[in-house]
Write a protein that binds this ligand. Sequence first.
Ligand SMILES: Nc1ncnc2c1ncn2[C@@H]1O[C@H](COP(=O)(O)OP(=O)(O)OP(=O)(O)O)[C@@H](O)[C@H]1O
Ligand SMILES: [Mg+2]
Length: 478
Amino acid sequence: MATVKKPRAVPSAEFDGRPLAPSRPGTVLVLDDEPLMLSACERILRNAGHRVIPVDNAPGALQVVGEEAVDVVLADVRMPGMSGLEALPILKHRDPELEVIMMSGYATLPEAVQAIKSGAFDFLAKPFEDIEKVQQAVSRALARHRMHRARELPEPALAGIVGQSPVMQDLFRLIERVAPTQSPVLIQGESGTGKELVAHAVHQLSSRRLRAFVVVNCAAIETLFESEFFGHEKGAFTGAIQQHVGLFESADQGTIFLDEIGDISTYSQVKLLRVIEVGEVKRVGSNRTAKVNVRVIAASNHDLETAVRQGAFRQDLFYRLHVVPIQVPPLRERAGDIPLLARHFLALAAAKFGKPVTRILPEALACLQAFLWPGNVRELENTIERAVILAAEVTIRLQDLPAQIALGESSILLPPNPEAPLLILPYVQAKERAQAFFHQRYLSGMLLKTSGNIARAARLSHLDRSNFRRLLKRWQAH
Ligand SMILES: Nc1ncnc2c1ncn2[C@@H]1O[C@H](COP(=O)(O)OP(=O)(O)OP(=O)(O)O)[C@@H](O)[C@H]1O
Ligand SMILES: [Mg+2]
């Protein structure tokens, strides 16, 4: 009677001497030039429940690691062309979290041991005496891989502001110092840098945190400024059907955040200055004044000092608000935070759209880091959301990013930085990629110009038609 062979359970493994629960399956790339060895490993690991990608040459493995979410590589030491030892540093460079296990016959054992010193996780001697050993080594490698990824989790942040760069650490210290005081705060910085988040953090870290945090977009309410800010009595003016409590009164004992303060008229500036100085509001249509205890935080993405010099912003109000100035740096001055922010937004977007996207390929991350982000953190957040929507699998790839980011271009206002994303690649691949970018853009640009007429496009390019077609085919530019 034939027996059905059940897949084996993944054996329990140890990490740093501690036993681990049977590990969850992962994606394992097996790299070996011997077909028999390749299929044996494939079978062993598939039986243990892993997803296995068999590859018989090192350049092929490098390519897969650049394109797929591989957790562990099991690589032979000696292979024709590029050896496993030569591939190891490139693999680790492409994905530092990748764990590599070297496999070697007795002849190359010293080299395998050497490989551990250059970052391999473990080595296995061939022929395998016990296939359990292979499964165990992979389980241990997977456990470490997951631990490294999990270790990043408690992200450096202050009250929801994510950052670890020196400029952000300085900003965090400043927020911590000013938050407990009652002093007004003026937050300046380019659009999308996180000014509102900073304002909120100041409120959260103050003794007013359980009271109201009232956000006012000054640019939007200018026409009804007085009644919005100070309230009105019933019948105070046409349309004042009911009594209305103003924003300052709603924020009593709490914080009012005056966003885009540079946009209010000089008339309103006078009124605002009075409330801040006297701590009293008078509703429109009333003679009675009411005391309010409100902390004022203001923000602007124009330079208010310049506005003061130009006479557009009152100097007295500026000095009142400028007691503690906080400058939020543009994202391009804290590029070191980009991987952290990208992963933060990735987790948020994955949850928001219910998609299990968990990784960003190193190449894609390098492009995100090289971009100059004219729209700052907000633009990065939107880019990651879009990439999560586009991502085909669990990984964000280069093609999920907008072209100008993937191609290393920046806004037309800022100098382009085309080499940066190429600098993580070896010369041959960098050149290939640059050529692909060039050909795709040149050829499709020509076709666009001639509404798809290949003969005309070829003429304009001073190429003959067959040559043009050949290039189109080679670079797949349509
Ligand atoms: N350091 C950060 N960590 C996490 N999220 C951030 C960070 N900085 C900004 N964000 C997010 O980016 C988006 C834009 O931030 P925010 O609205 O605070 O910017 P802003 O400077 O007020 O922009 P604007 O000048 O256009 O009003 C928000 O979704 C915010 O949560
Ligand atoms: Mg804002």
